[in-house]
Design a protein. Structure first.
Lengths: 101, 672
């Protein structure tokens, strides 16, 4: 069976929905961050697939840039989470709403 | 150096002194500060003399020096210049202001020697000289107005000089506010002039300059009455005439040299100067002239009666000043502008002397101002006493002191212009003047000293810095009037002759202007001509002699009566108070209850209005309630709705976000 664009897009969609649902239903901030990574990953797949389809290197550039964004986001997010955990002894986002007002 | 350039330095040197003293303040030692202040006024005086001498060298008709610093403002194709000009009138005023000002600066060195605010005091005093010189040398109405407001500011600053006492601060405020009421009239008068003249001027002429105003007096003739009355409202404020005189007696809260300089010799004559300067407008309106004369006459006698019963030495002199200013207004009102200015000058000498003398007395009496606890100072303060006597004789109008010449001339002009009632009022006031001045002298210098022994021990004659100006002013109070020695007594009337071009061409310009105005102005022309005729004294020598002799006798009678009532038979005044005169005495002592009447008629209603409507209604209700708190309330309500969406639950945000994106994507895919 030949692997077409549709396969890539379906895969990407599944990964994205997994990330999205995970982000919405889970309460653990660490897991939510991992879900964000999943969503970013899904977009990477779409970029790569279309780049391959059109023979255009621009998509790859975006993929690379996404890596960088994901890496920095993870670094900063984890740093914040560690700090929050030190102070509050929890990473449950439902408990973290002191900035509400 | 060119006279033109000198003119600006006459004005600017005192400003420089004020700036240095004001900015460096305590960093200067008292010696340096005082020396600098006196020197700057001295320089100004010397320069005035130099320019004055240049003026005397010119032809009588062309005596005018002008100095343009540049354009002040460009209004469309009109411009107002920073213009200083000195003609005969300006020269007289400049010499009086800087000359008397210089003497009072010297005097202040001694009087203020122990004061903490020494530098600040001299900064204000120099600033005042600057403003006053701008007023008298300003070449257009706007420059005059700048000086006009400037002297008002300095007056305020100096009345409230010892501002840590509440009474002084409120006296300053009173002076400022009352003056502002007058200035409002002045401003509207200027606007009126501007509105009428603007369509008729081409761009080359400096707007509001006196030469332009004089040339175009004809255009102003139809509205001359309104303009002159509005300007006169300004003059009543600055020159302390009824109904705006009330600030001047309270202004005595300032240091005594200030009372002498600002509230007797110079600033309060600004209104008289302004009327004399704009004589070509005033002669166009007989109504305005009549009002000026009447207000002047009534003020003269009104204030003189109040002065009869005051116990504070400075209050007596203050009301005396109001009364004398009334004489000047009376002179201007009957068309005798030069005589009005003559009285400005002689009054500057003897009234400055009276105030400085009273300052010397107050100094000796450890700051006591109540005459009831003075007395017997004649032997202890010989110089002060002698000079004070000279000033008293001068103000009473005894020949040959300065006051005789000017006051007699005013009364003669009132008589010869046919205003017999005004003459009678002025004559009566002259007698009262002599009487209350004698009362003041007797209570202060004669009899037994009534002070406490503590004060009595410290009585001493003032230092030389204070007595020398007294002596100089005493000499001026004697000889200062001689330059106006009238024709009928074999003199030359030089003073009047000197000023004649200013006022004669003024009257002619008025007549000429009225001619060019419109045919309907014939009445105006006649009136202007009549006023012009009044300027040219009718030489009824016999009548003049009679009136002069009567008025001297009248003055002496007043003096003798004062002597008799308060010294020889000292009980008479008290007996009068007991025997039914108590009502009159209280009325006079309380200044006809004018302050109380104003309080009830204007101040308290104004206060109530401010409190109930402006404060509670407009400020607290509208501005604070509706505008400030109202807009805050709107934002608060909006926020409390929006707050429901910000509950701090990240997963809720994520849901909304997801659903939002989903809806958006669906919309995009189905809409296309």
């Amino acid at each position: 069976m030949e692997i077409t664009l549709t396969h890539y897009l379906v895969l990407a969609g599944l990964v994205f929905i997994t990330g999205m649902v995970g982000f919405v239903v889970r309460r653990n901030a660490l897991v939510m961050m991992m879900c964000i990574e999943l969503m970013l990953c899904a977009t990477n797949i779409v970029f790569a697939a279309f780049a391959r389809l059109h023979g255009d290197g621009g998509g790859h550039v975006f993929v690379l840039m996404n890596f960088a964004v994901a890496a920095s986001e993870a670094a900063i997010g984890l740093a914040i989470l560690v700090e929050i955990y030190r102070r509050r002894r929890t990473v449950n986002v439902d408990d973290l709403k002191t900035l509400m007002e | 150096m060119q006279s033109e350039i000198l003119l600006r330095w006459i004005v600017l040197v005192p400003l420089l002194g004020a700036a240095l003293n004001g900015l460096l303040n305590r960093r200067l030692s008292k010696q340096v500060a005082g020396l600098m202040a006196c020197a700057s006024v001295g320089v100004s005086f010397v320069l005035s003399v130099v320019v004055f001498l240049r003026l005397t060298g010119m032809e009588a008709e062309n005596r005018l020096v002008q100095d343009t610093l540049g354009t002040w403002m460009q209004l469309g194709h009109f411009h107002v210049d920073l213009l200083f000009s000195m003609d005969q009138l300006g020269a007289v005023m400049a010499l009086v202001v800087t000359g008397v000002g210089f003497l009072i600066h010297i005097y202040s060195l001694g009087y203020m020697a122990h004061d903490d605010g020494f530098q600040r005091y001299f900064a204000y005093l120099n600033l005042f000289i600057f403003a006053m010189m701008t007023l008298v040398l300003g070449g257009n109405l706007l420059m005059l107005f700048v000086g006009w407001e400037g002297v008002g500011l300095c007056s305020y600053l100096l009345i409230g000089f010892w501002f840590n006492e509440d009474a002084n601060a409120s006296a300053g405020k009173k002076a400022f506010i009352v003056n502002r009421i007058g200035d409002f009239g002045f401003l509207i008068g200027m606007f009126l002039i501007g509105t009428i003249l603007l369509p008729h001027l081409n761009g080359d002429e400096g707007l509001f300059s006196f030469t332009v105003l004089r040339e175009h007096a004809g255009l102003l003739a139809p509205s001359a009455t309104a303009i002159c009355l509005l300007l006169f409202v300004g003059a009543t404020g600055k020159s302390a005439q009824i109904p705006l005189y009330i600030w001047l007696p309270d202004a005595m809260a300032g240091p005594t040299p200030v009372s002498a300089l600002i509230h007797a010799a110079t600033m309060v004559t600004a209104g008289v100067y302004m009327i004399a300067r704009l004589n070509f407008l005033f002669v166009l309106s007989p109504t305005a002239m009549a009002v000026v004369a009447a207000v002047g006459g009534v003020t003269a006698i009104f204030a003189a009666t109040i002065a009869l019963a005051q116990n504070d030495i400075k209050k007596v002199l203050a009301y005396s000043t109001v009364s004398q200013l009334g004489y000047m207004m009376l002179a201007c009102g009957v068309g005798a502008f030069s005589v009005g200015i003559f009285h400005v000058m002689t009054h500057a000498f003897f009234k400055a002397l009276l105030f400085l003398g009273s300052g010397s007395v107050i100094h000796a009496m450890s700051n006591e101002q109540d005459m009831r606890v003075m007395g017997g100072l004649r032997s202890r303060l010989p110089v002060t006493y002698a000079t004070f006597m000279a000033a008293t004789l001068a103000i009473a109008g005894v020949f040959p002191f300065a006051g005789f010449f000017s006051k007699d001339e005013i009364l003669w002009k009132a008589w010869s212009s046919g205003n017999t009632v005004l003459w009678a009022i002025g004559f009566l006031a002259a007698g009262l003047t002599a009487f209350y001045m004698m009362r003041l002298v007797v209570l202060t210098f004669f009899g037994e000293n009534r002070a406490s022994s503590e004060v009595r021990k410290h009585i001493h004659e003032s230092p030389a810095t204070m007595t020398i100006p007294l002596v100089v002013l005493a000499i001026l109070s004697l000889v200062g009037g001689w330059i106006g020695w009238p024709h009928f007594m074999g003199g030359g009337g030089w003073f009047e002759q000197w000023l004649e071009p200013v006022f004669a061409t003024g009257a002619q310009a008025g007549v000429h202007g009225a001619h060019t105005g419109a045919a309907a102005l014939d009445v105006m022309v006649q009136n202007a001509q009549m006023n012009h005729a009044a300027l040219e004294t009718m030489h009824e020598t016999g009548m003049e002699w009679t009136l002069a002799i009567i008025s001297v006798l009248w003055a002496i009678l007043g003096l003798v009566l004062g002597w008799f009532v308060y010294f020889k038979r000292a009980g008479i005044a008290d007996a009068f108070k007991k025997a039914g005169g108590g009502f009159v005495y209280r009325l006079l002592l309380n200044k006809y209850y004018v302050d109380e009447a104003y309080d009830a008629a204007f101040i308290r209603p104004g206060y109530r209005l401010s409190r109930s409507v402006l404060w509670k209604g407009v400020d607290a209700g509208l501005i604070d309630g509706v505008l400030v708190n109202g807009s805050a309330l709107v934002v608060y309500l909006l926020g409390s709705v929006l707050r429901l969406f910000q509950n701090g639950m990240i997963r809720f945000y994520a849901w909304t976000f997801t659903i939002g994106v989903a809806v958006f994507v669906l919309y995009l895919s189905f809409s296309s």
